[in-house]
Write a protein that binds this ligand. Structure first.
Ligand code: ARG
Length: 451
């Protein structure tokens, strides 16, 4: 493609070192869509005849069909997807193919292809995240009234419902969807026409090209457009954060599946056994989700570090943007699919949840709140209840069976009534709190939102 200036062939080691066709072949549908839009603008500008344009369009569509069918032979010597397609087009249709690259560079071509790839990837991920929200909503509905201890510092804190716990993840995923949509909006801008870095002396209709490719707008600075990989970085961040959310869900489920917690059971289809210990049932999907999230974060770092020292505009380092991008999209897609299936099939062990939620210590805060209603300042109430907790631990008498009036007369006869988990939950009725009525209302809201 650049033979005019050179008198030696590229070393085969350099070819191996520099090729990207082994992974960027995946851009082919976007590369072809971009080339057809570009050729149509050349036609309108009078740079191609209708016959030439027809040959280019048909030739590109035939190549697309061959690649899709696995019939296309990619050549490492042609470096990347852009040159593989262009060279094959010219081989098939002759001189018209050699006109396609007029007023274009691989720099604006790859920037365009990558944005189109990201846009399609975002649309796929958005649907997959919504699918997992549905699965979580199903469990929230099933266990809307199942009380479990809520934890801080992984120590039992206060009663919540499992429904509230599942809905916490629905909230996180909703924010992930909103970040995906936001990222899509910012990257759906067409860089084609920016050329190598300074546009072209042959001016094509950039707005028409952008419209044909479904972009919302065109970029306004050719140098920025060539050097910019913000959209990829943003997408890698959004994917990382979604992975982090699912890694936290994984950790919850891993704990819940231990004999020590025993709140949950994953299905046989979503767990693995041990080759040695016959009793084992391991939450590998959760562990792999947690483990693969490290890759997602690593991919984000990979790109940011590649970008941080680059002068304007294109530098070959930018070719390194695609392996982390493809890997993160593929990995999150898989994580979402397998977790959706697993959450759909999991069950809670309600007897174990009930037993854990019956711990009267979970209502120590409620006892302090009760004292506040009796006129005791909260700091003093906290101390009084702390003394009762210490006495309970010292004497081995459960908190709800202590003679509280003997500890302090401020405890009136109503103190005993604090020790009802049902009452305690029902009292948590402020918006955002886990009363069963609130959780059911939230479920109805999500069912309407997540159609
Ligand atoms: N394969 C290259 C990439 O992914 C395409 C752009 C090449 N441009 C260049 N000036 N060498 O970045």
């Amino acid at each position: 493609m650049w033979k005019g200036r050179f008198s030696q062939d590229t070393s085969s080691l350099v070819q191996q070192f520099g090729e990207s066709i082994s992974y960027d072949w995946r851009l082919y549908p976007h590369d072809i869509a971009g080339s057809i839009a570009h050729a149509r603008a050349q036609l309108v500008a009078g740079l191609l005849t209708a016959v030439e344009f027809g040959a280019i369009e048909a030739g590109l569509r035939a190549i697309e069909a061959d690649i899709a069918a696995g019939r296309f032979e990619f050549k490492t010597s042609l470096e990347d997807i852009h040159m593989n397609i262009e060279a094959e087009l010219t081989r098939r249709i002759g001189p018209a193919g050699a006109k396609l690259h007029t007023a274009r560079s691989r720099n604006d071509q790859v920037a365009t292809d990558t944005r189109l790839y990201c846009r399609a990837a975002i649309d796929g991920l958005f649907g997959a995240v919504a699918g997992l929200q549905h699965a979580l909503l199903g469990r929230a509905q099933q266990y809307a009234a199942t009380v479990i201890p809520g934890y801080t510092h992984l120590q039992r804190g206060q009663p919540v419902t499992a429904g509230h716990h599942f809905l916490a993840y629905v909230e996180m995923l909703e924010r992930d969807k909103s970040r995906l949509a936001d990222c899509r909006r910012r990257l759906n801008v067409c860089p084609l026409g920016s050329g190598a870095l300074a546009g072209s002396t042959l001016n094509l209709d950039r707005h028409a090209i952008a419209a044909e490719l479904g972009f919302d707008a065109i970029t306004h600075n050719s140098m920025d457009a060539i050097a910019d990989r913000d959209g990829i970085a943003e997408l890698l961040f959004v994917i990382s954060l979604c992975g982090v959310h699912l890694s936290r869900l994984s950790e919850d489920l891993i704990l819940w599946c231990t004999a020590e917690f025993a709140f949950a059971a994953l299905s046989d289809a979503h767990t693995t056994g041990s080759s040695l210990m016959p009793q084992k049932k391991n939450p590998d999907v959760c562990e792999l989700t947690r483990g693969k999230t490290g890759r997602l974060v690593g991919n984000l770092m990979n790109l940011l570090i590649a970008l941080k020292g680059l002068p304007l505009t294109y530098n070959r380092d930018l070719q390194e943007d695609k392996p982390p991008l493809f890997d993160s999209v593929d990995t999150l897609r898989m994580i979402l699919a397998v977790n959706t299936e697993m959450i759909g099939a999991m069950e809670l062990r309600e007897d174990k949840c009930r037993a854990a939620a019956a711990d009267p210590m979970l209502l120590a805060t409620d006892l302090a709140d009760y004292l506040v209603t009796q006129g005791v300042p909260f700091r003093h109430a906290h101390e009084l209840v702390g003394q009762a907790v210490a006495e309970s631990i010292r004497s081995g008498t459960p908190l709800d069976q202590l003679d509280l009036a003997a500890i302090d007369p401020a405890y009136g006869p109503g103190a005993k009534e604090v020790f009802s988990v049902e009452r305690a939950l029902a009292a948590r009725s402020n918006p955002g709190s886990p009363s069963i009525a609130n959780v059911r209302a939230e479920i109805l809201k999500w069912q309407a939102v997540l159609t």
